[in-house]
Design a protein around this ligand. Structure first.
Ligand code: ADP
Ligand code: AMP
Length: 215
C-alpha cells in the first residue's frame, strides 16, 4: 500500500534537508510545494506569475491553487508508492483537502513527523541557507557548508540565497507559520499520526530520530 508522510515544521526547521536524505532511504518521491512554486517562477509559467507576489511577501499562495497543484503532482507515476510531503499542507483547508484526496485513492497519511525548532534558531538557519539552482541541494554556510564556499559539491553550480530568506520576509514567514500552519500540530495529534522530533540536534541525529519514528 502506498505510504504518505507529511513533514511538518516552521520555515528553516530542516524539512527539505531531511526530505532529501530520507526520501532516498525510503524510496519515496520527495514533493516540496516550495520547490514546485520556485520552478514555476523560474520558468515564468502562469502558476509562477500568480505565486510570485505571495512568495516574495512571505505569504501563502491561495489554497485552491496550491491544492490543485499538489493533486496533479501526486497523480504522477513516481508517486504510486506514495510520497514524502515537504511544505504541504500548510493550512487547515489544505490538510482537509489532502485527507479527502487520499481517501478518494483508498490511501491515508501514515505519519506526520513534526520537526520542532525555536524561532531564534530559525532566523540563524535561514539567513545562512544557500541552495543549488541545478540539483536543489540545500547547504548552510556554518552548519552544513559546501567544500568550497558558494559552490555545490554535487554538480559545481554556483549556489544562491533565496529571495524570501531576507530578514524582513523571514519574520513574516514565521508569523504566517504560527497563525496558519501551527494549528496542524493539534489537528494531526488528534488524528493520532503526529510524532515530534527535536530539530535542534545536528542533521545526522535528526535523520536518525526521524527514521526511528517513521519506520
Ligand atoms: P525547511 O525546508 O524546513 O525550510 P531547510 O531544510 O532548508 O529547512 O533548512 C534550513 C537551513 O538550516 C539550511 O541552511 C540547512 O542547511 C540548515 N539545517 C537544516 N537542518 C539543520 C540542523 N539539524 N542543524 C543545523 N542546521 C540545519
Ligand atoms: P518553502 O520552500 O516551503 O519555504 O515555501 C516557499 C514559499 O512558497 C512559501 O513562503 C509560500 O509563499 C509558498 N508555498 C510553499 N508551500 C505552500 C503551501 N503549502 N501553501 C501555500 N503557499 C506555499
Amino acid at each position: 500500500m502506498a505510504k504518505y508522510i507529511v513533514l511538518l515544521g516552521p520555515p528553516g526547521a530542516g524539512k527539505g534537508t531531511q526530505a532529501q536524505i530520507i526520501s532516498k532511504t525510503m524510496n519515496l518521491a520527495h514533493i516540496s510545494s516550495g520547490d514546485i512554486f520556485r520552478e514555476n517562477l523560474k520558468n515564468e509559467t502562469e502558476l509562477g506569475k500568480l505565486a510570485k507576489g505571495f512568495m516574495n511577501r512571505g505569504e501563502l499562495v491561495p489554497d485552491d491553487v496550491t491544492i490543485a497543484m499538489i493533486r496533479d503532482r501526486l497523480k504522477r507515476p513516481d508517486c504510486v508508492q506514495g510520497a514524502l510531503l515537504d511544505g504541504f499542507p500548510r493550512t487547515p483547508a489544505q490538510a482537509q483537502a489532502l485527507g479527502e484526496m487520499l481517501a478518494e485513492w483508498n490511501a491515508k497519511i501514515d505519519s506526520v513527523p513534526y520537526i520542532s525548532v525555536p524561532a531564534q534558531v530559525l532566523i540563524e538557519r535561514l539567513s545562512g541557507r544557500w541552495s543549488c539552482p541545478t540539483c536543489g541541494f540545500v547547504y548552510h554556510e556554518v552548519f552544513n557548508a559546501p567544500k568550497q564556499a558558494g559552490v555545490c559539491d554535487k554538480d559545481g553550480a554556483a549556489l544562491y540565497q533565496r529571495e524570501d530568506d531576507k530578514s524582513e520576509t523571514v519574520k513574516r514567514r514565521i508569523d504566517v507559520y504560527v497563525e496558519q500552519t501551527s494549528p496542524l500540530i493539534a489537528f494531526y495529534q488528534e488524528a493520532g499520526v503526529l510524532v515530534e522530533v527535536d530539530g535542534i540536534l545536528p542533521i545526522e541525529q535528526v535523520t536518525e530520530e526521524l527514521l526511528a519514528a517513521i519506520l
